[in-house]
Design a protein around this ligand. Structure first.
Ligand SMILES: [Cu+2]
Length: 289
């Protein structure tokens, strides 16, 4: 990854700022470029981004050179008698075919990536994400963990290791190196579940289940935010993921399950999902503070 990052134009700019490191997870001083990839999808998004940067950079450079040539060689002083040519077959073929080739070069990896991001063949576990005004609910149907709420940690309650507007009371806990299917929906209005390090951004739509997936390659804490304007608390519903080893995840699951009685199997999402049952009034009131 390091090589492709340095290969990008923005990556070269990064070299000019000493002491800058793009660590996983939270915000960085003077950070540039995309986040450090922590999933195969984000790795591919980053290299696709770098490819596009080279292509657009080349086009900008070519057009700039052509403009300069025209300005210098063909101004009225340098070229008093202009040519009266109206057609040049070779040039016309070239400026039609070359853009087509460029578009094909872009389209092939673009479509391949779109399908790669769409779904994973055989997910090892499922995470259900529900957006609410203004917090998130997470449910682990395979682990029998019922939905729990995840609220922003307010400024006055921040611990030294927590980040303002990013840390939450109950983060998502996920194992690394596991294909995880993520089902995203909402209980009230549109939200969007977005984690830059993982290359995730999926709309949370009431009454509809959207589907995405991830495979976290590096243990760590990753942050994201709701990315669909959803009301006055939109800026106050961050997402925090703790990516841990499989063993640590299993321990966490055991604790979660031991801590409560599971009366019914977890409710899964249906097309006629009832927003009225999505959360009680006290939770919504708390979120609105
Ligand atoms: Cu939102």
């Amino acid at each position: 990854m390091r090589v492709t990052r340095l290969a990008s134009v923005a990556g070269l700019l990064l070299l000019a700022v000493p002491g800058v490191a793009l660590a996983a997870g939270g915000p960085q001083d003077w950070a540039m470029n995309l986040r450090e990839p922590a999933s195969p999808v984000m790795e591919q998004l980053t290299s696709f981004h770098n490819l596009l940067l080279w292509i657009t950079g080349g086009i900008v450079a070519l057009v700039t050179v052509l403009l300069l040539v025209v300005i210098v060689k063909f101004n009225a002083k340098a070229n008093p008698t202009p040519s009266r040519n109206a057609h040049n077959t070779l040039i016309e073929v070239v400026w039609t075919v070359v853009p087509v080739i460029i578009l094909v070069v872009i389209a092939i990896p673009s479509f391949r990536l779109l399908y790669f991001m769409d779904r994973v063949e055989e997910p090892e576990m499922t995470l259900v994400v529900r957006g609410y005004q203004w917090y998130w609910g997470y449910e682990y149907p395979d682990q029998q963990i019922e939905e729990y709420s995840s609220f922003l940690v307010e400024d006055e309650n921040l611990q030294p290791d927590q980040l303002r507007l990013l840390s939450v009371d109950n983060p998502i806990v996920l194992p690394v190196d596991t294909d995880i299917e993520i089902l995203v929906t909402a209980g009230d209005v549109l939200h969007s579940f977005a984690i830059p390090n993982l290359g995730l951004k999926t709309d949370a739509v009431p009454g509809q289940t959207n589907h995405t997936w991830t495979r976290i390659t590096e243990p760590g804490t990753y942050y994201g935010m709701c990315s669909e304007l959803c009301g006055t608390g939109h800026g106050y519903m961050p997402i925090e993921i703790r990516a841990v080893s499989r063993a640590a995840f299993d321990d966490w699951v055991e604790q979660q399950v031991a801590g409560r009685e599971l009366a019914e199997p977890p409710v899964l999402l249906t097309r006629d999902y009832d927003p009225a049952s999505a959360g009680d009034a006290s939770r919504i009131a708390r979120a609105g503070q």
